[in-house]
Design a protein around this ligand. Structure first.
Ligand code: ZN
Ligand code: ZN
Length: 359
């Protein structure tokens, strides 16, 4: 029963993270994911605010609102600390309960040499993406930043950032949390409490891939260790007494697994958690790579979805991208507009890992 409750809690948590990460995408705008995201981020917040205001009175409510605004809309390390805590607790449980069982019947000694570097690289990439300059545009580099990419006159036109009072380079975005314009901005990542941009995109890719590898590796190793325990105790050739049917029943693989998890609760819970995180982080990582391979950042992919919608609604008028004709013409098909930053799938990904220039 306890295991079922734990599994339900983990699945709910993972689903909520998935909803918060992918819910804002235009792809899910009119789907149940989009509606559920809107409910939790708008309607539910309104209902909650109303209830709290009545319950606590205006004064206490004002204080709570200030705290909420800080947590949700200002740069703060809370989610960053949560990631670090989850990783560290996971590493601690693995080294305390799993490490001593290597080598085992299904886990060879070699893993003892692989596990520490994989964990170290995950911490290192997290630190690099968290504390590196994402590509802040300032007075001394704005000119160079503006020369890096041409304006495409679809998503990026020459203009001045009203907050920074500096020219906005093509592909940049002003981040209200970092309080600066970020060159080739991807998104502000709450997990690392930093923007992902021109300078640190490679670290973000390393962070996502190493987190995915750590989760997959940990779940495989825990499965090997637990299966090793089943083999060591020869559970699959054992019988148990079923009090309901009053009969001797042979232990199935599922029963054997739940028996070893019951005696290794922390390791079992870690294995389930890592397996679920493996799916989410790997899907997110592959989706991110796919976006990059189109020659677009996450920020630009949202802009392109808006452009696509405008074309479909017949709302997009623009000058020709290819001819000298300066007349504004209605764009009837999405393929009439092209992404000037697209250099081909592999080169696009390579340029996010190794940019031609950084700030
Ligand atoms: Zn700005
Ligand atoms: Zn930011």
């Amino acid at each position: 029963m306890g295991l079922v409750l734990l599994a339900v809690a983990i699945v709910t948590l993972v689903f909520f993270v998935f909803l918060m990460l992918l819910g804002p995408s235009q792809r899910f705008r009119n789907t149940w994911i989009g509606h559920l995201h809107q409910f939790f981020t708008e309607d539910f917040i309104d209902i909650l605010q109303d209830g709290i205001k009545r319950l606590l009175g205006r004064r206490l409510y004002g204080l709570l609102k200030k705290i909420f605004t800080y947590v949700a809309f200002e740069a703060n390390p809370l989610v960053q600390v949560l990631y670090l805590a989850l990783l560290t607790v996971g590493v601690y449980v693995f080294f305390k309960d799993g490490w001593t069982k290597i080598p085992g019947p299904y886990a060879s000694e070699t893993h003892r040499y692989f596990i520490p570097p994989v964990v170290f690289i995950t911490y290192l990439s997290f630190a690099l993406v968290s504390f590196s300059n994402p590509g802040v545009v300032n007075e001394s580099n704005v000119r160079r930043a503006c020369e890096m990419f041409s304006y495409d006159y679809i998503n990026f036109k020459p203009k001045t950032c009203t907050t920074c009072c500096l020219q906005k380079p093509a592909r940049s975005k002003h981040c209200s949390m970092c309080k600066a314009c970020i060159a080739r901005s991807d998104h502000h990542c709450i997990w690392v409490n930093n923007c992902v941009g021109l300078n640190n995109h490679r670290y973000f890719i390393a962070f996502l891939s190493s987190t995915a590898i750590t989760c997959i590796y940990a779940s495989v190793m825990i499965a090997k260790i637990l299966y090793g325990e089943i083999a060591r105790q020869d559970l699959l050739n054992s019988w148990y007494w079923d009090p309901d049917t009053r009969q001797r029943v042979q232990v199935t693989l599922f029963k054997a697994l739940s028996m070893v998890i019951n005696t290794n609760v922390n390791l079992g819970a870690l294995g389930i958690f890592c397996a679920l995180c493996s799916i989410i982080v790997t899907v997110f990582f592959l989706a991110h790579l796919y976006t990059l391979s189109d020659g677009t950042t996450t920020n630009e992919s949202f802009k392109w979805e808006d452009v696509k919608e405008a074309v479909e609604d017949g709302r997009l008028y623009m000058k020709s991208q290819t001819s000298q004709d300066s007349e504004m013409a209605q764009i009837l098909h999405f393929d009439q507009v092209s992404n000037i930053y697209d250099q081909g799938r592999w080169k696009n990904i390579w340029r996010f890992i190794v940019p031609e220039q950084t700030l």
